[in-house]
Design a protein around this ligand. Structure first.
Ligand SMILES: [Zn+2]
Length: 500
């Protein structure tokens, strides 16, 4: 159905001849629990049309009232993105007809957005790209159409369509970047990293659950090309339906390869909306935007202007939490890590886990070692995220404690990890149940050492002559005799004492 016959230029070639220009429009559903202009609840996954009222259905005679919490959340986002906050602004009616919009207009913001002119720093490889934020505005979300009877769930081929208005009226913030220049071959990664950073920031602000898979964070990706170094930007396309971080990167990459081929063949990139397809990693044309739509915007007559008092904005600013990037910089210093170490930790999704493990008493080095080593390997084998492993930071901290106390060595610790992951209890319960503790009873160890010496007279003689390297054989014998539960360095010390 969505097969593409587009010609593509391989990515590395495309970015040798063309400079990419990208821009991102991100929609965020606010977690205000009630809708933007009425008191309807906003829980995800409720029975269709069970969270509606005359206001969000646009019935005659109903009047909207602005949700104060949504204004506060939007100001919080604007401040965290270094924006100026409007002292006075109005909502506007955006007029268009579409079945998922019961009022036949959407209350949005047009030429008077609540927040303007900000920026967000994004680390891409070795460099930091400052992404300009053009505007952050507030609007109401639309409902959802469900197309039934077709193979693809899209309107083409469907027998009939159903509309669910539960989402209509949920507060939606739109965050629009300025065009991002100069990223070159890093453009796809830069786009993905920006959305990741933005998502983490929004989560830290507590304004949204930012679940891309549930649509509470949605992204449109604009891409255009200029012949390398010319600065003559071509027509841009707007790719929609980009529902995961990975897809953001793939969508930009595909558009660069596709547009390069169009331009190479002397063609013209058409200004249009395109749809991204997860399965193929390609985009296909949607609505053409050659003729600009006229939304006949005008100030919303049913609402008073929004004029946040300066002292309220100051209060919101003073209460902003530490940003994720500031937190990373602080932890990097506290844990004495290099930039690359911190990036690896962040990219592995292990930052919060390590922080919690450290808070539970482990050293930063130990916490990193186990999460990025043994546990990352297990997560990888199981095909899950680190955070989804059946192992808590407190349990990892306890294992590192048992290792540093000499109760466990690394091999036994790995056995404990296996057992905990298999649901056999806490680290202490596993150690107890399996009798896993390292043998540290000196009498027992000395006995095992003497037996090993008696059983290996030739090796013992060599060590007596000063060939201490041979001690490894005896250490091995003792480890075997104790089921690997002895503390190897201590065994070696005892052997050398006995034969010194
Ligand atoms: Zn309602």
């Amino acid at each position: 159905m969505t097969t593409t016959t587009e010609t593509l230029v391989p990515f590395t070639e495309a970015v040798q001849r063309y400079d990419p220009l990208i821009g991102l429009e991100t929609h965020v559903e606010l977690g205000t629990r009630t809708k933007m202009f009425c008191g309807c609840p906003t829980a995800f996954g409720a029975e269709p049309n069970s969270q509606v009222c005359p206001v969000c259905l646009g019935l005659p005679g109903s009047l909207p009232v602005v949700n104060r919490m949504a204004i506060e959340y939007t100001i919080r986002i604007g401040l965290a993105l270094n924006c100026s906050i409007a002292t006075w602004c109005r909502f506007a009616r955006k007029n268009y007809f579409y079945p998922d919009m019961p009022k036949n207009f959407q209350i949005s913001q047009y030429d008077e957005p609540l927040c303007t002119e900000g920026w967000l720093d994004v680390a891409v490889g070795e460099r930091t790209i400052r992404v300009g934020i053009e505007r952050v505005h507030l609007e109401e979300d639309t409902g959802k159409s469900l197309h039934v009877g077709g193979a693809t769930g899209r309107i083409q081929g469907a027998e009939y369509s159903l509309v669910d208005y539960n989402r209509a009226g949920i507060p939606l913030v739109e965050i629009v970047t300025k065009p991002i220049e100069g990223t070159g071959a890093d453009a796809p990664v830069a786009a993905r990293t920006y959305v990741t950073e933005l998502r983490d920031l929004l989560r830290s602000l507590g304004v949204s659950d930012v679940r891309m898979e549930e649509g509470s964070l949605r992204c449109d990706v604009n891409t255009s090309l200029a012949p390398r170094g010319s600065g003559r930007w071509g027509t841009r396309t707007e790719t929609k339906n980009v529902n995961s971080l990975r897809s953001v990167e793939r969508a930009v990459r595909f558009e660069i390869e596709r547009q390069a081929a169009v331009l190479d063949s002397g063609g013209r990139v058409i200004q249009e909306t395109r749809h991204f397809h997860e399965d193929t990693g390609t985009t296909t044309p949607g609505r053409s935007k050659e003729e600009a739509q006229d939304y006949r915007y005008f100030p919303e007559p049913d609402l008073v202007p929004v004029a946040p008092p300066a002292d309220w904005v100051e209060q919101i600013k003073a209460a902003l939490p530490e940003t994720p990037s500031a937190r990373r910089a602080r932890l990097q210093a506290e844990w004495d890590l290099s930039e690359a170490d911190m990036t690896a930790l962040h990219n592995a999704g292990a930052l919060d886990l390590v922080a919690e493990t450290v808070a539970a008493g482990a050293t930063p080095a130990d916490a990193r070692k186990w999460w990025l080593g043994e546990l990352a390997r297990r997560a990888n084998e199981a095909g899950t995220e680190l955070a989804d492993l059946a192992m808590t930071p407190a349990q990892v901290a306890r294992i590192t404690e048992l290792v540093s106390a000499g109760t466990l060595n690394d091999r036994l610790a790995r056995e404990v990890i296996d057992a905990v992951l298999a649901g056999q209890g806490t680290p202490d319960e596993v150690v107890e149940a399996r009798g896993l503790a390292v043998v540290s009873d000196e009498g027992e160890l000395t006995k095992a050492v003497d037996e090993a010496i008696a059983a290996n007279p030739v090796v013992a003689a060599k060590i007596r002559e000063g060939k201490t390297a041979a001690a490894g054989v005896l250490v091995g014998a003792v480890m075997k005799a104790t089921g690997s539960k002895a503390d190897a360095p201590r065994v070696r010390e005892l052997i050398l004492q006995r034969l010194g």
